[in-house]
Design a protein. Structure first.
Length: 146
């Protein structure tokens, strides 16, 4: 997935990455606040690797942590925006995100995709629910509680 780089690779003395808040650049904060950091993903859509709408792709390292039910999110092509993004994005728990992704997989229609695109455009242009005030990414997924 093609993305703009919004953070540095700064590390502490032991070589561990610093927290997101310390690595996010000023320009990166702007890109994330306006969702402009997502624009390069349109290239992935044109190449057929992604869809406009679908569950957001997550880090490959998370796959072994998924439950059997959570793996169902891979039954559809990943998207730039999705049901979980328009219903909370990084302000909801991982469990809720997965439930919303699975609901989308089970209920996917052209009309639902159009609804998600419309809500996404509204949120982007109104800057409503785009990111939390810090512009920081979601917490790392550490596995399902179920």
């Amino acid at each position: 997935m093609i993305k703009f780089r919004t953070m540095t690779n700064k590390r502490d003395a032991e070589g561990r990455l610093l927290p997101d808040a310390e690595r996010l650049t000023r320009f990166g904060r702007f890109l994330r606040a306006t969702s402009l950091d997502e624009l390069p993903e349109l290239w992935n859509v044109l190449k057929g690797e992604m869809s406009l709408v679908g569950p957001r792709p997550l880090l490959i390292e998370y796959i072994p942590l998924y439950s059997t039910e959570q793996l169902r999110r891979h039954d559809v092509r990943p998207g730039i925006t999705g049901w979980a993004q328009v219903n909370g994005r990084n302000n909801i728990s991982w469990e809720e995100k997965f439930k919303l992704d699975i609901w989308y997989v089970e209920n996917q229609t052209l009309l639902l995709d159009l609804k998600i695109l419309f809500i996404t455009l509204y949120k982007v242009f109104s800057m409503n629910g785009i990111t939390d005030s810090s512009g920081i990414s979601a917490e790392k997924f550490t596995g399902s509680k179920e």
